[in-house]
Design a protein around this ligand. Structure first.
Ligand code: GAR
Length: 220
């Protein structure tokens, strides 16, 4: 059973998926503390409803990012957190947090990293003309969305997509892969080799492909 600390900044739909999987007995983890850096977000309601200890630590009360992160670290450690989960957490974390939890901070990002790091990615994906998009769970390092990749899911991008429709399609997959990444960690299967995260003893994904738009004539 892995003790999680979940950091959020918003709606918390990823938090909800993790809670649902825990409550269904599919995820060997428990949330020891959920921290929001923003007051009054919906994630706080979700935590309350499921009796998960939660609190707000506003970054606005700290002049330096490092001091804010120090407070986060102290709070996580006080709750005996092993793995830190960034579930829609919109702050850049500093080395203060990363040193306290080396390769024990996981982030979900709504793109197929290393493409489209940063923010406003759905519009950027649509505008770029890519035919596939997706999401990534990765360990956090000192860069922005640059850490070792644990798991990814791919979705097609359609001609009539907007940032909103693409976001919704990707979010559905986020809700699956974040729990899967946490479960792989809980089972002790994640082995980091340089930039690569290997999932030891876990089945391979099928040797399948998707073509978008579909190759109707040549797909035989
Ligand atoms: C998710 O799409 C997540 O990938 C993204 O914020 C959203 C949070 O949704 N995270 C980032 O962009 C991190 N840089 P949620 O609050 O409903 O889970």
């Amino acid at each position: 059973m892995v003790n999680l600390g979940v950091l959020v900044s918003g709606s918390g739909s990823n938090l909800q998926a993790i809670i649902d999987n825990m409550e269904a007995g599919r995820l060997d983890a428990r949330i020891k503390i959920m921290i929001s850096n923003v007051p009054d977000v919906f994630a706080l309601e979700r935590a309350k409803k499921h009796n998960i200890p939660s609190l707000v630590i506003s970054h606005k009360e700290y002049k330096k990012r490092e001091d804010f992160d120090q407070k986060i670290v102290e709070t996580l450690q006080a709750h005996r957190v092993e793995l830190v989960v960034l579930a829609g957490y919109m702050r850049v974390v500093t080395s203060v947090l990363l040193r306290a939890f080396p390769m024990r901070v996981m982030n979900i990002h709504p793109a197929l990293l290393p493409s489209f790091p940063g923010t406003h990615v759905w519009q950027a994906e649509v505008d770029s003309g890519v035919k596939f998009a997706g999401c990534t769970v990765h360990f956090v390092d000192e860069g922005t969305d640059t850490g070792p990749i644990i798991i990814q899911a791919v979705v097609p991008v359609y001609d009539d997509d907007t940032a909103e429709t693409l976001n919704a399609r990707i979010l559905k997959q986020e809700h699956k892969i974040f729990s899967q990444a946490i479960q792989l960690y809980a089972e002790g299967r994640l082995k980091i080799q340089g930039r690569r995260v290997l999932t030891e003893g876990f089945p391979k994904a099928p040797d399948a492909f998707m073509i978008n738009p579909p190759a109707k004539i040549f797909d035989r």
